[in-house]
Design a protein around this ligand. Structure first.
Ligand code: ADP
Ligand code: ZN
Ligand code: ZN
Length: 748
């Protein structure tokens, strides 16, 4: 007997699935993992069937599934199970998880059609008879007239017919003159053309290499695990330039030979096209590439190639962890420490951790690769949960670049000038250019000036919607909010006190570029940051010019520090190593260490040996000292001591609960409600800090308060978060007013 009921996850911020009746005509066809059209309140939604049921979970009348949209499930059972895990672990609404897993949003469209009800026909007749019509009546008349004689039209089309069309339609509907029917339509299937290739074949693409001994040894161990055919996680800790990519490639080859499929996650494809390109070059049409630079159509074409089994290797960013392959044998997460693996909106999953769980569910081998593993990952490797494979030297006997710290306090003592460039860095650049080398300059902040300050009253110009100072972007001639994108012109006088003495504070990458051009007029210079890389393919074009040797100096934000394999760089300059240390973030030291190691890793990867100069006001800070020494072990020891003392991950599980509301008093009220809940539900060893105003107290028009939950026992934390979600529903707190971030990377 086919099931008579099913649970459906709908794309709304609700912490539950909903039970629907399956009508007889669909009885044998509906299966778990298929999309269905269902009525929901007055709406109609596309949801995914998460389970079939013989008896409903709830009593009372149930609505029916209206249409089945897939013949075969879009989510195979293994992915449904993964989705359930994401939903539970990250306390995320199941429907939003499912939506994040399926990059197929534009396959179906909701269409609303209107026609006249009898009352509407009467009204039309009235209006026709009337000699003179008010403006409102005229608009009504126009619309009703279009629906005369039983015609129906789309609501969108009707609304465009008159001014303020949406409002007029709402009125017509309220008065009972219109009937609105909703239907879900498959958009016209476009030709399933092969996606455009993003690569021109410029990058490092030599054929098969002779593996180094370390690569050989790592690979042997990985292949042994692959043959065992069981779940295992490997941390491939290889210094920058040790040739990790080559190891991945051989492991994928073996996986395909076993008849299984593979996933390779990379932080940002637009920034490291070389990595993706190598895999496309090696595995050809068996690779599907999934990343944010694709149009919705290209993305869904690649997705379907994987789902149909035509492509057997998915290379992509975070969400590629949900690539719909079956018989998964291998999951690789490159640069596993990278913050971009954590999704910044609900569901706030971590791509790396989700990858490991997926490997576990499917009996696959997971490889986490990094030169600077996240502390959590190293901790697991040391406690035996992951297997550690180390590669300690660069290929071809290349040396790691020598790093020198430039103490900017001493520089000021001696020169009495607060220059952007120390004498040592200026000289270093001159020497590197003279020797025919290329130079990378890191300034981890974009824009021209960090903010605009009033000399008289000390006020900085703020974003209209966030409690954030605006940065000045000279190229655009505007002040910009880096959190919400708000932009405005530069005021002539202070808006608080009227003083005209406004001045710019702090230098961003745009300013650095300007100074570089002035100081080294003969050099060919470009800049890479979110501003210059805004257009599609822009970042890649700049990087390509640099790789081809058409540029001498590349200035940029941390975008230039990512896993690029630049062969011509002989000098890396870090303008200020301290920018992250000042942030209210318990990972500030770790992020500083990682950034220094990563950027230093870009030097000396080719024939020329490399040098790194790091300007800092805190040359004694352990993150900077160990980063300069590229001494991971000692950094790890020191940082773990702090984490243990202060009860931070990996010793405690963390969750950040953020209350956000448009109105301040509403935000305070909700925060109080949650505070009461947490007080009543005190759990031993589980600490709840807050409510406190979030470090960004107002963001995108919302006022924000936060609670930080810390617990050595993760399941206790999860239970409490579930109870909180139930409580919020009972108390009718608006869905979306409470955000939960489990294992947060940022507490802003
Ligand atoms: P990592 O990711 O560990 O920083 P890459 O994988 O980018 O290092 O490799 C660094 C460089 O070394 C690349 O140019 C790569 O082609 C090259 N390479 C890798 N393995 C070998 C090898 N066995 N022999 C020679 N060159 C190699
Ligand atoms: Zn002022
Ligand atoms: Zn803003």
């Amino acid at each position: 007997m086919a099931a008579a009921y099913c649970d459906v996850a709908v794309p709304l911020p609700l912490h539950e699935t909903f039970t629907y009746k399956i009508p007889a005509r669909l009885n044998a066809q509906v299966c778990a993992g298929c999309r269905v059209a269902v009525p929901f309140g007055s709406r109609k939604l596309v949801g995914v069937v998460t389970a079939l049921l013989d008896v409903p979970r709830v009593t009372g009348p149930l609505k029916e599934v209206e249409a089945l949209l897939d013949v075969e499930p879009v989510l195979p059972a293994s992915l449904l199970a993964l989705g359930r895990w994401v939903s539970e672990y990250y306390a995320a609404p199941p429907g939003e998880v499912v939506r994040a897993m399926l990059p197929l949003h534009d396959e179906f469209a909701l269409r609303e059609r209107a026609c006249l009800r009898p009352l509407g026909s009467q009204r039309l007749a009235d209006l026709e008879l009337r000699g003179e019509r008010s403006q409102n009546e005229e608009a009504e008349y126009q619309i009703l007239h279009l629906l005369k004689n039983g015609k129906s039209r789309t609501v969108g089309g009707l609304a465009r017919h008159v001014q303020e069309g949406k409002r007029v339609l709402a009125r017509l509907r309220r008065n009972g003159w219109l009937e609105i029917a909703r239907e879900i339509k498959r958009r016209q299937r476009r030709s399933e053309a092969a996606p455009p290739r993003m690569f021109e074949g410029d990058w490092v693409t030599d054929g098969a290499l002779v593996l180094t001994q370390e690569q050989e040894r790592a690979l042997e161990e990985i292949k042994r695990l692959q043959s065992a055919g069981r779940f295992a996680t490997v941390l491939l800790h290889g210094v920058t330039g040790s040739g990790k990519t080559e190891v991945y490639s051989h492991a994928i080859q073996r996986c395909l030979e076993q008849g299984r499929t593979a996933l390779l996650l990379v932080p940002e494809i637009a920034l490291t096209p070389a990595v993706a390109e190598q895999f496309v070059a090696r595995f050809g049409h068996r690779v599907a590439v999934l990343h944010s630079g694709l149009s919705a159509r290209e993305r869904s074409a690649e997705w379907w190639r994987l789902r149909r089994g035509e492509a057997r290797v998915a290379v992509g960013t975070r969400s590629a962890v949900f690539a719909p392959v079956e018989n998964l044998g291998l999951v690789i997460v490159d640069e596993e420490q990278d913050g971009s693996y954590k999704q910044g909106e609900t569901p706030r999953y971590h791509g790396r951790d989700t990858a490991v769980v997926r490997a576990k569910f499917e009996g696959a081998v997971a490889i986490l690769g990094s030169a600077t593993p996240a502390l959590e990952t190293s901790y697991h490797a040391r406690s035996g949960r992951y297997q550690l494979l180390a590669m300690t030297s660069r290929v071809a006997n290349r040396k790691l670049a020598a790093v020198t710290l430039v103490d900017m306090r001493a520089e000021f003592e001696e020169t009495r000038k607060a220059e952007l460039f120390s004498r040592a860095l200026t000289k270093g650049i001159e020497e590197a250019l003279a020797a025919g080398g290329q130079v990378l300059l890191l300034r981890n902040r974009r824009g021209y000036a960090n903010f605009l300050l009033c000399r008289k009253c000390g006020a900085a110009v703020q974003c209209a919607d966030c409690s954030i100072s605006l940065a000045f972007h000279r190229g655009r001639g505007r002040l910009l909010c880096h959190y919400c994108g708000y932009a405005r012109g530069v005021p002539n006088s202070c808006e608080k006190c009227g003083s005209e003495h406004l001045y710019y504070v702090g230098e961003g990458s745009e300013k650095v570029e300007e100074v570089v051009r002035r100081t080294f007029p003969a050099a060919r210079v470009a800049r890479l940051d979110r501003d210059t890389a805004a257009g599609r393919g822009q970042a890649e074009r700049i990087l390509r010019r640099f790789v081809r040797g058409e540029l001498d100096i590349l200035v940029g934000t941390q975008m230039i520090a990512k896993g690029h394999d630049f062969q011509g760089v002989s000098l890396v300059g870090v303008l200020s190593a301290d920018s992250i240390l000042g942030l209210p973030d318990f990972r500030a030291a770790e992020r500083t260490f990682q950034l220094l190691t990563q950027v230093a890793g870009r030097a000396g990867r080719g024939e020329l040996s490399g040098r790194v100069l790091v300007q800092t006001y805190y040359p004694d800070h352990y993150a900077i000292r160990f980063g300069a020494a590229q001494d991971y072990e000692r950094f790890y020891e020191q940082e773990m001591r702090f984490r243990r003392l202060l009860r931070y991950p990996p010793f405690t599980a963390l969750a950040n609960v953020v209350v956000r509301q448009r109105k301040l008093d509403a935000a305070i009220r909700t925060a109080r409600q949650l505070q009461e809940f947490f007080q009543q539900r005190s759990v031993p060893n589980l600490r709840v800090l807050g409510p406190a105003p979030a470090p960004i107290a107002r963001l995108k028009k919302d006022y924000r308060f936060q609670f930080l939950l810390k617990s050595p026992d993760r399941s206790a934390l999860q239970q409490l978060l579930r109870a909180m979600a139930d409580y919020a529903r009972q108390e009718q707190i608006a869905p979306g007013a409470v955000l939960v971030d489990v294992d947060p990377l940022s507490l802003l």
